[in-house]
Design a protein around this ligand. Structure first.
Ligand SMILES: [Zn+2]
Length: 864
């Protein structure tokens, strides 16, 4: 359906080519007539020439894809065929008047839309996804974010099948028609770009609540979910209220419409979408009850709900001028939702997890063929730029800005940004200018974080001068070349640091150093003994730190640093050193873990993070050539040896925490206890002797508490044992009618480290409940195997690579966005040994010879 020719694929869009639109569309009146075979869309546009566009020709070019044009009228008169031009992706009318009313009638086919962009049908429900360029698959339009219009939407459909008809804004009218059909009319009073348009038609369970805003207005909160799942939306609606309260308190932002709706959809490519007043969510970020959702699921729900809600101001009220500004809304909103989760769950653990995520997804991106800056200067397919760089690094850039400006000045900058640009489509430069105005700080150099790709490395050398009682720290920053950017200028880097004495006491109150030069020296006075530096506290900049700590120094930081993140970092650093040395000596590691288990009694959640060995992907990223098998063997060996030596301690802790968490409750304390308990269990289950423990927990928790069920099952499935097959059957029987739990059943098998996992994955693809058209199923089975199960995906025969290529070929014909997401591991071929490089490239070359979507085309051409 959505295949494009190779010629189209090579169209490159450049930031420097941005032009203001030649026309504005101020009002849009849409009528959707939904039928079983097709939908008729009547669109009435109030069009106005843009005086600033310098277009004497007065040409209006509208975007449109896969539309059948039925009729077109200009100011009430039908246009003859020679009065407009139509090609595959545009409709052009020349000699347009300055003001006009344009009526366009098109036919579309939502039932056949597997790309899940535009209007599509999922499980007898109509829904839309318009970001970034989906609206052009609904009707001809100026489908770009700087065209802001007020929308009125009428939906007509069969009343029995589609009793609930939703769109943006407020419901203003409704009525009945002949033959069992009915209609509703929605009006959105706020101007918005087309990517925020939404429509939903279907039959749902509805969960309702209310929220009283800071100024005393009552907001009607509604979550629509698939019939029969209404009991699983209660946590989500509480999370909406938390998010609303948080944004009022922290950013002074109040919700603006009288109604806030969320619809949960099973077939959804993204996590969720912030359409004005009508968010559409992937079911996995709404539905939860203790027996089918883990603590992680609950935390993710809160964070995604907050994210989409926060977009109402950062993205919707103030939107992006063009897609090169994507991080303006995404980096900022991720930063806001990360801060929300820190406040809600745990400041230190959420920070640690966000950094892990950044280092495992964004750092490799920054070091590979797809590296791009937070504000890219070109793209072929914008869908490929919904990346960790735009989102997560974008968030880190704003965190740095807040560190440089300080909390209250940063808040003043945000206030100014909202006040100045409300109702407008703006740029990253506009945002930075507000921050400059409130702080007086020159941010020219800081803006390099937006324009230069690549992860800087900061090398630090400390020197103590006993005679002068001074200590100097020399910071040297470098950044490797990235595609099209060979030379890099120094970044403005905030380094939050502390100094410790040899007992671990602070000898300097924490300071933020501003690194501006390629190399820069800082001198500290009145230092009476050799200090130990604690560098980049809280991961104050997205850099790689290079400082030579001895094992003793890392121990000292791990035990005594006042910054929780740097304690974690010291432990990780120590573990990495051990894993990278020729012979892994585990004695030091077990001694450290023993100390932590016995002394870290204040924060169970944090302790669980401390006891986590770096992932295979993170270890691999540290190496010049990723040694897949060596990393796996060493890491497993180290964990087994920790598990054996500390078996009694783990067991004691496990029993104590298990007794304290028998009843499932979702709150901070209970989550912390369960996290640590299951961390202990994961070590215990590395030994076949403890299988009974896993079996007991699995059987007891199943049907009560997924947080305890899943780690037990994972431990059981990851090794050969008598109960393994039975456990999978029991779990399947329990989850077979629940799509989200079924995803866990697929994922757990795809993640298995046993050698025949690829065969299992292939078999599971033929399972009647696997569906290549459903993104969640693809992510669970294919994504887990190809992206997370390194040792099996990278098997020497190249069979894993061939498998991924074949799947991507099929996916590209259904949903190019999902295909492009899945392809990513193959694009990192340069990081592996010669044999694997050749095998990975071979698959990319086969793909390159085929006709494929622009999404895939861009990734392939950039990586081979
Ligand atoms: Zn977002």
């Amino acid at each position: 359906m959505t295949l494009s020719t190779t010629k189209e694929s090579t169209t490159v869009n450049y930031l420097k080519d941005y032009r203001v639109p030649t026309y504005f569309i101020d009002e849009v009146d849409l009528v959707f007539d939904l039928h079983e075979t097709h939908t008729t869309v009547t669109s009435l546009l109030r069009v106005r020439h843009n005086q600033l566009s310098h277009d004497p020709e007065k040409t209006l070019t509208l975007n449109g894809e896969e539309l059948i044009l039925e009729s077109i009228k200009l100011n009430g008169k039908s246009l003859a065929a020679h009065q407009y031009q139509i090609d595959k992706n545009t409709l052009t009318i020349s000699a347009m008047p300055d003001h006009a009313e344009l009526e366009i009638v098109t036919q579309i086919f939502p039932q056949k839309n597997t790309a899940l962009m535009g209007l599509y049908v999922s499980n007898q429900t109509y829904c839309t996804q318009c970001e970034a360029e989906g609206f052009r698959r609904i009707t001809y339009f100026l489908d770009q974010p700087d065209v802001l219009a007020k929308y009125t939407t009428t939906i007509i459909a069969d009343e029995k099948k589609y009793p609930i008809l939703l769109s943006n804004g407020n419901l203003v009218d409704a009525g009945k028609l002949a033959q069992g059909r009915h209609w509703v009319k929605w009006k959105d009073p706020f101007k918005k770009p087309s990517y925020l348009f939404a429509l939903v038609a279907g039959d749902f369970d509805l969960v309702r609540d209310q929220f009283k805003t800071i100024s005393g207005r009552m907001i009607d909160l509604r979550i629509y979910v698939e019939k029969g799942t209404g009991d699983q939306a209660h946590y989500a609606i509480q999370a909406v209220k938390e998010a609303m309260r948080w944004d009022e308190k922290n950013y002074g932002r109040e919700y603006d419409l009288d109604i806030y709706m969320i619809v949960a959809i099973g077939d959804f490519t993204m996590g969720a979408m912030e359409n004005k007043g009508l968010n559409i969510f992937n079911t996995k970020y709404i539905l939860a009850k203790p027996e089918n959702a883990t603590d992680e699921d609950y935390m993710n729900i809160a964070s995604v709900i907050a994210h989409e809600y926060f977009h109402n101001w950062t993205g919707n009220r103030v939107t992006c001028r063009d897609w090169f500004q994507l991080s303006l809304k995404e980096g900022l909103t991720i930063f806001r939702d990360q801060s929300f989760s820190e406040d809600l769950f745990s400041k230190s653990v959420m920070r640690i997890r966000d950094v892990i995520d950044l280092r495992e997804t964004q750092f490799p991106e920054d070091a590979g063929p797809l590296a791009h800056s937070v504000q890219p200067d070109s793209y072929i397919e914008i869908n490929n730029f919904y990346t960790a760089t735009i989102y997560n690094k974008g968030a880190e850039v704003l965190r740095m800005l807040k560190t440089l400006l300080g909390e209250s000045v940063f808040r003043r900058g945000m206030d100014l940004y909202f006040a100045r640009f409300d109702g407008q489509a703006v740029t990253i430069d506009d945002y930075i200018e507000c921050m400059h105005e409130v702080s007086g700080i020159d941010l020219k150099q800081f803006k390099r974080w937006y324009t230069q790709a690549g992860t800087p490395t900061v090398t630090v050398v400390g020197e103590y001068h006993e005679a002068q009682q001074t200590y100097t720290l020399t910071f040297t920053q470098t950044c490797l070349a990235t595609p099209n950017q060979l030379e890099k200028l120094p970044f403005l880097i905030p380094a939050r640091i502390g100094l410790l004495d040899k007992e671990g006491h602070e000898i300097l109150s924490e300071a933020v150093l501003h690194l501006k030069e390629a190399s820069q020296v800082f001198t500290f006075k009145n230092i009476t003994s050799v200090p130990l530096p604690s560098l980049f506290r809280g991961f104050s900049a997205p850099i790689k730190l290079n400082y030579h700590y001895t094992d003793e120094e890392l121990f000292l930081l791990a035990k005594h640093d006042s910054d929780a993140f740097n304690r974690y970092e010291a432990i990780q650093c120590y573990l990495l050193n051990k894993l990278q040395s020729a012979k892994t000596d585990s004695a030091g590691v077990t001694a450290l873990f023993q100390y932590l288990l016995q002394h870290e009694t204040q924060d169970d959640f944090l302790l669980a993070e401390f006891l986590t060995v770096p992932s295979e992907s993170y270890i691999g990223e540290q190496m010049a050539v990723i040694d897949v098998d060596g990393i796996h063997a060493k890491r497993e060996g180290l964990m087994k040896s920790i598990a054996e030596t500390l078996q009694d301690l783990f067991l004691e802790k496990y029993k104590q925490l298990h007794a304290a968490t028998l009843q499932y409750e979702f709150n901070r304390e209970a989550v912390a206890k369960r996290q640590l308990k299951n961390k202990c269990l994961s070590y215990l289950l590395l030994s076949p002797n403890n299988m009974a423990l896993g079996k007991t927990q699995f059987l007891a928790a199943l049907g009560q508490n997924m947080t305890d069920t899943l780690p037990a099952l994972m431990g059981i499935v990851n090794q050969e044992n008598a109960f393994r097959e039975e456990a999978l059957v029991i779990f399947y029987d329990f989850c077979k009618d629940d799509a989200l739990m079924l995803d866990k059943w697929f994922a757990i098998q795809a993640a298995c480290k046993l050698p025949d996992t690829l065969q299992t994955v292939k078999k599971l693809m033929a399972h009647p409940q696997f569906d290549l058209k459903n993104p969640n199923k693809v992510y669970a089975l294919i994504g887990t195997f190809c992206h997370r199960n390194r040792v099996n995906f990278h098997v020497k025969s190249g069979e894993g690579y061939r498998f991924l290529r074949e799947v991507v070929e099929k996916l590209d014909k259904l949903n190019p966005q999902v295909a492009a997401r899945m392809l990513k591991p193959l694009t990192t071929w340069k990081r592996y040994d010669k044999e694997r490089q050749a095998l990975m490239r071979e698959q990319l070359t086969i793909l390159a010879k085929q006709k494929c979507s622009p999404d895939l085309y861009e990734l392939i051409t950039k990586s081979v």
